[in-house]
Design a protein around this ligand. Structure first.
Ligand SMILES: [Zn+2]
Length: 640
């Protein structure tokens, strides 16, 4: 039972408090790590278990500080505080990398006797040793110094890359009639200015409706084009150097390339296995692709007879039109059932029932007045705390993601995690509802997996290519008629009709292969950029995308400059399809009843609550009673 209390946060208006939160507090944690390292370096007579416990103490101090600095750098409304937080990320990353290059520290674990350790302790020792080797501790002095420099540069470039995206918001101005096709509430929220023009921004709350509904092709192209050039040209030299730094680092550490370095600790196992996996996805999605594309192109040409190809700026609009006309699914009618407050209540209620927890809203300070904080409880026991920061604002992270705040350690710290999303405050698109469930999948994984002895294995600290399985699994709940009927209601209070949801599901299967090929384009780009390091990023990226998908990128665009996953996911964007193969397989056990209490309990206890304490392959085996298979994913791609 966790008796730990949540970490107190300053009030939004408390600038001094937030400044201290991202300066004094991590400085104190760094000092704590320094003291621990001094003890470990002189550890000759310390039993191995004590060494592991000291290392864990340092992991907790570092992990907590890094999570908090990352979160604040992406979310705080005050640019100066975001900047201070970035400085802390830099210092903490450097400290972490430096520790793995420290020969004295290394000796404390290289020489440690594993006799008498339990399985999990042995696994931890093994992981620590692996981290040291991957950190470069075996290299000579000159090479270790170079690793140190390159690692620091990677952090610095990654922070700059993310900042340019976060602060790269763009606007276009269009005549009023360019909004033809957009929902009434959207038009009402976008009045014309004195020049008779309407401003549209690259924020999701504008981008997504325009992509989906704007009948005017030029408007769609203009806004998607602006979005594709987010952080360009600023990020062009940043990315070029980042790819060089990573390649040199990987080679110094004994790997062929950065993909190989990253894949080494993941389920996939090696860099070379990434293109092999992507070609399996290619084969599985190939049969449906050409038929889907022919229908999409034909529909586009009905609006615009001169169109010779479907671009990424047409894709969602044309899919939406086909779904309305041929599957009787009108996205505007669908969204009327998803007012934001109902969706929030629904996500909390559904995941609460599924995972046998309740969410109790608490009045606690945070970084912004929009943030809502809930304790996650079961009976009398508090399991963790979540913070939901769900609407856009200037300078905030502009996608949707789950961030850690406090790593959970049994009896010591209560796990806390945060969602940063950019939802409308009014009606949500069904896509956004799916995103909400997806991100909640990460959130509950982090909280329920947060009752661990070792920080190294807490929450979402599994192999990184497993991490999107719990989130993509939970997306399915946003497609279930019975689940949706519990919360999706329109203004008149009528629940979403089951036959509409059934048509949505049928319609969703159409375009699935094209969507998977779009994902394949991202995965190919993330992998090839890191392996090929092309001199001309724009030309190479255009080629990766145009080769993998018949839906074409906008010519002359620079989407790589705004491809935020290139920092955190690096060469491994394949993770999404890899995890999806697993998620589709895990879903087979739920059968027709997503709320089946026995399966839900098994999912919670065998997968979520284990965190990273077991290898992902064993988590899957324990839940399914067998190894994972590709079949369910292939069936799903075929429209099943
Ligand atoms: Zn995710």
């Amino acid at each position: 039972m966790t008796t730990a209390a949540p970490a107190p946060l300053p009030l939004p208006s408390d600038t001094a408090g937030w400044t201290a939160f991202v300066t004094d507090r991590p400085a104190e944690r760094r000092a704590r790590v320094g003291a621990i390292d001094a003890r470990l370096s002189a550890a000759d007579d310390l039993p191995t278990l004590e060494r592991l416990e000291l290392w864990n103490d340092a992991d907790l101090a570092l992990g907590e500080s890094l999570a908090q600095a990352h979160l604040v750098s992406e979310s705080h409304p005050d640019a100066e505080i975001r900047h201070l937080a970035e400085g802390q990320v830099q210092e903490l990353d450097a400290l972490q990398a430096g520790r793995l290059l420290d020969r004295d520290l290394w000796r404390a674990f290289a020489d440690a006797d594993a006799d008498g350790l339990g399985d999990e302790e042995r696994r931890l020792l093994d992981r620590i040793r692996r981290d040291f080797r991957r950190g470069g501790v075996d290299l000579d002095d000159a090479a270790r110094e170079r690793v140190r420099q390159l690692t620091e540069r990677d952090t610095e470039l990654s922070l700059t890359f993310s900042r340019n995206i976060r602060e790269g918001r763009r606007e276009i101005r269009v005549p009023v009639d360019a909004l033809a096709g957009l929902p009434q509430d959207f038009v009402a929220e976008h009045p014309a200015d004195d020049d008779g023009l309407v401003t549209l921004s690259t924020d999701y709350t504008d981008l997504m409706p325009v992509r989906e509904y704007a009948r005017d092709r030029a408007t769609r192209h203009a806004l998607v084009g602006a979005y594709n050039d987010l952080a360009w040209p600023e990020n062009e030299p940043v990315l070029t150097e980042l790819l060089e730094v990573r390649a040199e680092l990987a080679q110094l550490l004994g790997f062929t390339d950065w993909a190989d370095y990253e894949a080494d600790t993941r389920m996939i196992g090696s860099g070379a296995a990434i293109p092999e996996f992507l070609s399996r996805v290619d084969e599985a999605s190939a049969p449906a692709t050409s038929g889907e594309y022919a229908r999409v192109l034909e529909r586009l040409q009905r609006d615009d007879p001169a169109a010779s190809e479907v671009t990424i700026a047409d894709f969602w609009y044309v899919l939406g039109a086909l779904k309305r006309e041929e599957y009787d699914v009108d996205a505007q009618a669908v969204r009327s059932y998803f007012p934001f407050p109902r969706v929030l209540d629904g996500v909390l209620d559904v995941t609460g029932r599924l995972l046998d927890v309740a969410y109790v809203e608490v009045d606690a300070p945070s970084w912004h007045g929009d943030v809502r904080t809930f304790d996650v409880v079961r009976g009398e026991e508090r399991l963790g705390r979540i913070h939901l920061d769900l609407h856009p604002r200037d300078g905030k992270y502009n996608h949707a993601a789950c961030f850690g705040l406090v790593p959970g350690v049994r009896g010591r710290t209560l796990p806390e995690a945060v969602l940063l999303c950019n939802f409308s405050r009014g009606l949500l698109e069904h896509d956004e509802v799916v995103t909400f469930f997806h991100e909640f999948g990460h959130l509950v994984h982090d909280i329920l997996g947060g009752d661990q002895r070792w920080v190294r294995f807490t929450g979402i600290e599994t192999e990184w290519d497993f991490v999107e399985a719990p989130s993509q699994l939970l997306e399915e709940w946003a497609w279930d008629p019975e689940v949706l009927a519990t919360f999706a209601r329109n203004e008149a209070g009528e629940p979403i009709p089951a036959d509409l949801v059934a048509r949505m599901r049928t319609a969703d299967a159409f375009g699935r292969a094209l969507e998977v090929r779009r994902q394949l384009g991202h995965a190919t780009t993330s992998y090839r950029l890191h392996v090929d390091r092309p001199a001309d990023l724009a030309a190479a990226t255009e080629e990766y995308y145009s080769r993998t998908s018949p839906v074409q990128p906008l010519p002359g665009s620079h989407s790589y400059a705004g491809f935020g996953h290139l920092t955190g996911y690096g060469a491994c964007y394949y993770t999404y399809q890899w995890s999806l193969v697993i998620a589709r397989d895990l879903l087979t056990d739920f059968g027709d009843d997503l709320m089946n209490p026995e399966v839900a309990r098994r999912y919670r206890t065998e997968i979520l609550e284990r965190g990273g304490s077991r290898d992902a392959v064993d988590l899957v085996q324990a839940f399914l009673g067998r190894a994972t298979r590709f079949d369910a994913y292939r069936d799903w791609l075929a429209g099943a």
